[in-house]
Design a protein around this ligand. Structure first.
Ligand code: GUN
Length: 285
C-alpha cells in the first residue's frame, strides 16, 4: 500500500509556482469574499491566503458580516470584475440562507472564476471543450493531479464517486469521464453504494460522514481517495474512510489530513496563475 502524499506534492507545486511567479512582470491577484463567521470557512480562507503569500500571489480577503445584503456582495463583485489588477475572484461557500448563491456565482466573471463554479466553466468542463480556457473546481482538479503524479492512469478504470455535490462529486465525475474512466456517481438516494464501491478500481468519497467506507466495501488492490474532512469530538480530523481497516486492502490511499486538502490549495493557486495568463494576454474567449 502506498500513501498518496498530497501534502508534499502540494508544496512541490507551490515551489514551482513561486519560481514562475517571481519572473512575471506583475503579481497575480486573488480576491476572496468571506461572509459570516463559519469557523471552517474562516480556516479554509486563512489557508488560501497563506498559500498565496507563499507563492507570490497577492491574496486579499474581503470580510462581510452574516447579515450583509445580497446587493452589497453583488456590487463588490461587479467592481472586482472590472478591476484589471484582479485576476482571480471567489466567494467562499456556504453563504447565509438569505443570499441567493446561484445569483452570486453567476455574477462572477467566468474569466476570473478560479473556483470553476460559473455555468460557462461548468459547461466547458462537462463538454470537455475550450479546456485551456476553462476553470475546473480546485478539489476535483487536485484529485486528478494527485493521481497523475503517482502515474495512475484512470483510462478504462471503474471509478465510484460517493457524493454528488456541485463543488466536488459532479465536476470530479466530469474530469474522470474526460479522462476516459467509467464513472458511477452515487448520492444520497443511491440504494446500495457498496454495489458500486466493490466494483470500483478507484473510489472517491466526499460526503462528510466518518467511517462511511469500511473494509467490506472495498475490493483488494483498490485506490481510495478520501475527500471528506470531519472534526471528531476529540478534536481529531478524519475523512470518510475507516482508514486503519481499509488501507491494508488498497494499492494506494490518501491520508486525512495531508491528502486531497493540500491539493485543493495547490490547484486554486494554479487556476489563479492560469487566470492571470489568460487575462494579461487578453486571450478571453
Ligand atoms: N466551500 C467548501 N469548499 C469550497 C471551495 O472549493 N470553494 C469555495 N468558494 N467555497 C468552498
Amino acid at each position: 500500500m502506498t500513501l498518496l502524499d498530497g501534502k508534499s506534492l502540494s508544496l512541490q507545486i507551490q515551489d514551482t509556482l513561486q519560481s514562475i511567479i517571481t519572473k512575471l512582470p506583475s503579481a497575480p491577484k486573488l480576491v476572496v469574499l468571506l461572509v459570516g463567521d463559519d469557523p471552517a470557512s474562516h480556516a479554509y480562507v486563512g489557508m488560501k491566503a497563506k498559500a498565496c503569500e507563499r507563492v507570490g500571489i497577492v491574496g486579499e480577503v474581503l470580510r462581510f458580516s452574516h447579515d450583509v445584503e445580497e446587493s452589497e456582495i453583488l456590487a463588490h463583485i461587479e467592481r472586482l470584475n472590472r478591476d484589471t489588477s484582479v485576476h482571480g475572484l471567489l466567494v467562499q461557500l456556504p453563504l447565509p440562507s438569505h443570499i441567493n448563491t446561484t445569483k452570486i456565482l453567476e455574477s462572477i466573471s467566468p474569466h476570473k472564476d478560479v473556483d470553476g463554479f460559473h455555468p460557462l466553466n461548468v459547461g466547458r468542463i462537462q463538454c470537455n471543450t475550450q479546456i485551456d480556457r476553462a476553470f475546473a473546481p480546485a478539489t476535483p482538479l487536485g484529485v486528478m493531479r494527485l493521481l497523475e503524479h503517482y502515474h495512475i492512469d484512470v483510462k478504462g478504470k471503474n471509478v465510484a464517486i460517493i457524493g454528488a455535490s456541485n463543488i466536488v462529486g459532479k465536476p470530479l465525475a466530469a474530469l474522470m469521464n474526460n479522462a476516459c474512466a467509467t464513472t458511477s456517481l452515487c448520492h444520497i438516494h443511491t440504494k446500495d453504494i457498496s454495489t458500486y464501491t466493490r466494483a470500483a478500481d478507484i473510489i472517491c468519497v466526499g460526503v462528510g460522514k466518518p467511517n462511511l467506507i469500511g473494509a467490506d466495501m472495498v475490493q483488494e488492490g483498490a485506490i481510495v481517495i478520501d475527500i471528506g474532512i470531519n472534526r471528531l469530538e476529540s478534536g481529531a480530523l478524519v475523512g470518510d474512510v475507516e482508514f486503519e481497516a481499509v488501507a491494508p486492502k488498497c494499492s494506494f490511499i490518501t491520508p486525512v489530513p495531508g491528502g486531497v486538502g493540500p491539493m485543493t490549495i495547490a490547484s486554486l493557486l494554479e487556476n489563479t496563475l492560469k487566470a492571470y495568463r489568460l487575462l494579461e494576454s487578453s486571450a478571453t474567449p
